[in-house]
Design a protein around this ligand. Sequence first.
Ligand SMILES: N[C@@H](CCC(=O)N[C@@H](CS)C(=O)NCC(=O)O)C(=O)O
Length: 313
Amino acid sequence: MISQNPNPTISNLSAGLRSVHLTGDANPGVDANTAPNTSTELHHQLHQQTAHDPEQQNRITKFFQNQPADGITLFSHRSAPNGFKVAIILSELNLKYQTIFLDFNNGEQRAPEFVLINPNARVPALIDHGSENLAIWESGSIILYLVNQYLKETGSCSLWSGNLAEQSQISSWLFFQTSGHAPMIGQALHFRYFHSQSVPSAVERYTDEVRRVYGVVEMALAERRESLIMELDSENRENYSSGTTPMTQSRYFDYPVWLVGDRATIADLSFVPWNNVVDRIGINLKGEFPEVYKWTKHMMRRPAVIRALRGDE
Ligand SMILES: N[C@@H](CCC(=O)N[C@@H](CS)C(=O)NCC(=O)O)C(=O)O
């Protein structure tokens, strides 16, 4: 059950993007030669890789020994776009939650208690304490849980839909974001900034793939724009159709358009934190993907998005 939580933030650790291994192996200490054969060995290895600072390890252990009776805990990281993706949805739904920002430098994401709730040892993960400490991992799955629960409890959810056909349209974009958009930017960042060797072909391959993904989104938004202008700017419709007046002159040219329906949904909002860092791989949204740029700007102006990106709960 989703409910209000008065607890304050537990931690405010900051590590910065340079310390984030966006794309490294989930368990970098486990290689093919030393891979464990049994769950006991695996458990032992995970213990070995946990925080070197005992106080920090205590922090995670203590939390799991004495979990809140109600409310939501989000496990995130100060520089993790996938964590902010979930924070944006929590904030948009106006849910009370606390964030534990894990310290990757100290291996907190591999603390045994954390790995029990997220076998992939990454953020985000979320615990719904009011639902018998139900633990959910993978950003897309967490987002779907939150909107479905909200819909069930309140009877409507503008970020989602009660209609199966619309749900499937929204899910298509959400899955495209989590499987195509985020990982490709993650890989491009990795090969540009963190990889041990310079591999220009990998930088090029992943940056091109991000551009391809943005091309898909740009095309979809441009189609929505055209339909919107044709519908709302009816007195100029003929001129737009014949090409005598460019659509850029329409007063609806900067009007918000959305991937599904006529409102922002989780399909749109899931893209925000990654759009926010894409300039670091040399992509200029404003110049290269103008509809994506306008769409991102509209979302970045939403008070709930501003709160979430600031780290306010
Ligand atoms: N598919 C996962 C990706 C999670 C992920 O890669 N998280 C990164 C931060 S954005 C992480 O936890 N990295 C820590 C590490 O690699 O150890 C999701 O969408 O939740």
